[in-house]
Design a binder for this molecule. Sequence first.
Ligand SMILES: *Cc1c(COP(=O)(O)O)cnc(C)c1O
Length: 455
Amino acid sequence: MTQRDADAAPDATPQIPQRRVLVTEIPGPRSRELSSRRLRAVAQGVSSTVQTYVDAAAGAIVRDVDGNCLIDLGSGIAVTSIGHAAPALIEAVSEQVARFSHTCFMVAPYEGYVAVCEELAELTPGRHEKRSALFNSGAEAVENAVKIARHATGRQAVAVFDHAYHGRTNLTMALTAKNFPYKDRFGPFAPEVYRVPMSYPLRDPKGMTGEQAAARAIDQLSVQVGAENLACVLVEPIQGEGGFVVPAPGFLPTLASWCAEHGIIFVADEIQSGFARTGAWFACDHEGVVPDLVTTAKGIAGGLPLAAVTGRAELMDAVHVGGLGGTYGGNPVSCAGALAAIRTMRELDLPAAARRIEAQVRPRLDSMAKRHSGIAEVRGRGAMLAIELADPDGLRPDASSAQAIARACHAKGVIVLTCGTWGNVIRLLPPLVISGDLLDEGLDVLEQAAVDVLG
Ligand SMILES: *Cc1c(COP(=O)(O)O)cnc(C)c1O
């Protein structure tokens, strides 16, 4: 906390005008000072996208310690969908932390946990009877989804896809596709994980349908693993870290019905794509796919750490009493944050806001792609949109241009993130409450950065 904030009334909420303001170069002197302190205290394995240190944030603006105000088109990786410092979140979390901050739900339970599970039952795909269990991080939710699927089926094998990202714990490293930086020299990894091809329209054979891409994966699983050995198929309905890969229509429904036929649990990892981000409450909703289990985290609680596994009551309740849990899982402050975030998403109709963002952003990305042959594809859904940088003929990934464009945006006060198996995708994940003007200004900067880098 800065001295300025410490002097303010304790309940003062940061009021930051929703404008990009650059008062120093980025990073400025105070950020550079913090960077050198950091070098002596923080493990270098933990990296940061931008080198500017945050002082406060509100709406879609992040103010740094030098007074620069940056446009946030990353939302802390799809977390602050309701915007920074959302008033409902501040109020609910402050009230809860003053009432009690922890009892451990496994020791002495409380209403907030139950209410979050009720909301999850209401909002996740499907009208069947559901149960939820709450955790701290996305990776922990994915680990627990696999535990539940194995327990409920008595089977061990887990199927995952090329380009998948499911976390950084030991089991989730095994589930994640990309070696560097996530897995390199961190093995050995958990066994009984089988990887099959994803539907990746840009890089699949021309004209391959979603059904055909699913058949390709299903054939490999049938031959190499055996349907009867599979506990679950785990898939991101739109891949996040892997490059915002949107499978061709038909891929997810075909996989889901094959799973149902063979008693395999279909698990949708909606940690990045969920909670209004793609223009529906969940990305599975776009094709009417109803997963057996859904993992959620990121956008669920407006920035407080919370994650969940939600699924069919008979699967979730198959686990013995005491088989699921953790000290902090479903922390009361995080639950208060989630209830406020979900209320805000409903009140402001943030799924519709995500669709409006798509209507504004996609034409601009399309026109960039028309101008620059190095932009191989514009893809995504709702407020989860990306451009893939690649050589126009061979589709050879162009990570250096993607990184250069991102760095140019950062220097001009716009936070954008990259992703993709080859690091050659620029992704946009703005807060869903961003104004049209601010979004346009951020896109102006991105467009100019692309011209500077690609010519
Ligand atoms: C971020 C992410 C995870 C891991 O979540 P953490 O909270 O970082 O552990 C898992 N799956 C997907 C799809 C994600 O985007």
